[in-house]
Design a binder for this molecule. Structure first.
Ligand code: SF4
Length: 365
């Protein structure tokens, strides 16, 4: 395709393998634009198609093709169409790859709301059955050995759902969170987190009522198992849960005074409210240091706050003894931050994608 010119009429073979099945059909189109790497044509159906100049192969545009193929019962060659889930996965992964390939500062705010229609059927179906709180994972099992049942709410971090749930996030922490939460297999868990986040922004009051039911259920489970219930609502978000009162205008902390609530936050004013005793007495907060709030973290530590710091320490190794002149306690022993003595640095080892951090979010040791 190296010798075509704008205005040329050409026949192309469209390869639709990217959306499931081996699809080949011939299109006639007119070359409308050339880039150093691509030939862009408008075909006889009025659709824009892109081809590699070097190989002549079609460059799939998954996001644009998906809605069209979702409406058809079969692909043009008569093969079964890809399932809605496969299409949603491909569209999401394609979008996330583009998003994550850019420097975070340039790629935010990112709006995924145009994928809403694709996600809606799966998300709605999933939400009906789903429990909002997770009580079984690596974090919660450490707490069980210490006598606590931990229930965690995981939303889709940062702008992943189209709405920002982390207003104080840094580029470094977003990159770690988005890579962990957004890439790779886009399974039910990740889809569920996006669905929950959308449900929260769609109807915060109804969401709080649903959470209240889940907390009651977790409370009964804790009683049956002889454990004490603690709830972390910002598993992968940084929202001020103390201000949401639901349909009856009463926060979850005040509705469940016998339950312990705890969270990490990057919001200094919430930490100062906590230190001043202006948050519900059963809600404990730990400040979360990033590459962009180090001075604030040290200042808050001097005011008595606990500060979580992620170190590059390997799993089997010990954390530094001190940071910023303050004692470091091992935060990986359990997630039960409300048990930590005040004014400590809570050391965490970098996990998952944070191990590749280059931003300074992870402190090198
Ligand atoms: S680390 Fe916390 S603030 Fe940063 S993106 Fe993840 S959940 Fe949000």
């Amino acid at each position: 395709m190296n010798d075509v010119k704008v205005g040329d009429s050409i026949e192309t073979m469209q390869d639709g393998r990217a959306i499931g099945g081996n699809v080949h059909r011939v299109n006639t189109g007119v070359v409308t634009r050339l880039t150093p790497a691509q030939v862009i044509i408008r075909n006889e159906h009025g659709n824009v198609q892109r081809f590699s100049r070097a190989t002549g192969q079609a460059i799939p545009q998954i996001d644009k093709l998906c809605p069209k193929y979702m409406r058809k019962s079969e692909t043009p060659s008569g093969e079964p169409k890809a399932s809605k889930t496969e299409i949603a996965n491909l569209a999401f992964e394609s979008r996330m790859r583009t998003h994550l390939a850019k420097p975070i500062a340039k790629s935010l705010p990112q709006d995924f709301s145009d994928l809403e229609e694709i996600f809606k059927p799966a998300a709605t179906a999933a939400l009906g059955k789903m429990k909002y709180l997770t009580t079984k994972n690596a974090k919660t099992s450490k707490g069980e050995s210490l006598g606590f049942l931990t229930a965690i709410l995981y939303l889709a971090p940062s702008y992943l759902s189209g709405n920002n749930v982390c207003p104080h996030a840094s580029a470094g922490c977003i990159a770690s969170c988005l890579f962990s939460a957004g890439m790779g297999a886009f399974g039910n868990v990740k889809r569920a987190r996006i669905a929950k986040t959308k449900a929260f922004f769609h109807s915060p009051k109804a969401f709080i009522e649903r959470l209240a039911k889940d907390i009651s259920a977790a409370q009964r489970k804790a009683e049956r198992e002889g454990l004490e219930l603690c709830v972390r609502l910002n598993g992968t978000s940084d929202l001020p849960w103390e201000v949401f009162g639901g349909e009856i205008g009463v926060s979850l902390m005040d509705r469940f005074p016998q339950v312990i609530f705890y969270d990490y936050t990057k919001n200094p004013s919430r930490i100062r409210k906590f230190l001043a005793g202006k948050l519900p007495s059963n809600y404990s907060l730990t400040f979360s240091r990033s590459e962009s709030n180090g001075e604030t973290a040290l200042q808050l530590a001097s005011e008595g706050a606990n500060v979580a710091v992620v170190f590059s320490t390997k799993k089997a190794n010990g954390l530094p003894k001190s940071w910023g002149g303050r004692e470091v306690v091992d935060g990986d022993v359990s997630d039960l931050r409300f048990l930590d003595a005040r004014g400590r640095i809570v050391g965490l080892r970098a996990k998952g994608q944070a191990k590749k951090d280059m931003s300074g979010f992870v402190v090198s040791v």
